[in-house]
Design a protein around this ligand. Structure first.
Ligand SMILES: [Mg+2]
Ligand SMILES: [Zn+2]
Length: 243
């Protein structure tokens, strides 16, 4: 067993979608129409975000203050600490922006030092120039047919090679393509990823907070270890059956 964890950021690690909050606070209302096109599947998330962020006008300081106000799942750090302590690679995969993610993880009161340095972050890039947003998408993929800002299924397939189980934790529309590429899916309760998995009959564990993810994941991994031990020692099993 060699687990690897891929975790979405907005709405999964944070309890609110930071990009939506930035748009609600600082964008021309035309961003809603772009969102509808994305939700209807007419454009990919890369085109959606590029267009939406071009409608934002804000100073870096204003953006930072807004990002700092977004609540994080209270059990996330504990969960991440456990994963890092056990040596599981921990990837944050997000259509959202690296600048936002790094700022959130660097909160002094959150004291994530020692854990956060072990994360690998794959996200869209944001640079604030004057009051304009410059976006780039370094983790879109040439093989991506969905128009993803960050192609999560490609990342799971490429970075997850050689690992098992591949664990994916998410909440929303941008996570749907990734779910079928994982061995274990955790989906935030009552959000669109959970509905999607239910409709497509993709096995998944709904969760309310990272305390639940932590408990359930350790149980599942312990069951896998027990199974591997039995498979590696068939004599023990047959002896027990015979006696
Ligand atoms: Mg999300
Ligand atoms: Zn894609």
């Amino acid at each position: 067993m060699k687990p690897i964890v891929f975790c979405d950021f907005d709405g999964t690690i944070t309890l609110q979608d930071t990009t939506d909050l930035i748009l609600e606070s600082f964008a021309d209302p035309a961003w809603h129409a772009v969102e509808e096109q994305w939700l209807a599947g007419k454009i990919g998330s890369r085109e959606c975000l590029r267009e939406q962020m071009s409608l934002v006008r804000a100073h870096e300081k204003e953006l930072g203050e807004l990002v700092d106000s977004v609540p994080v799942d209270p059990h996330f750090l504990e969960f991440a600490r456990d994963c890092v302590a056990r040596g599981f690679p921990f990837y944050i995969v997000s259509d959202g922006f690296d600048w936002v993610i790094r700022r959130t993880l660097a909160r002094p009161e959150w004291n994530g030092k020692g854990v956060v340095g072990n994360f690998r972050i794959f996200a869209s890039k944001l640079e604030v120039r004057e009051r304009f947003m410059i976006t780039t998408f370094p983790h879109g993929s040439v093989h991506c047919t969905h128009g993803c800002a960050t192609c999560k299924p490609q990342l799971l397939q490429n970075e997850g090679r050689g690992y098992s189980p591949v664990i994916f934790i998410g909440d929303g529309t941008s996570d749907q393509q990734a779910a079928p590429c994982a061995d274990m899916v955790f989906a935030r309760k009552s959000k669109s990823l959970a509905t999607f998995c239910m409709e497509r009959k993709i096995p998944h564990s709904p969760f309310h907070d990272f305390g639940e993810v932590r408990r359930e994941l350790w149980q599942k991994l312990a069951a896998l270890v027990a199974e591997e031990t039995r498979a590696a020692n068939p004599l023990i099993l047959s002896y027990e059956t015979e006696s």
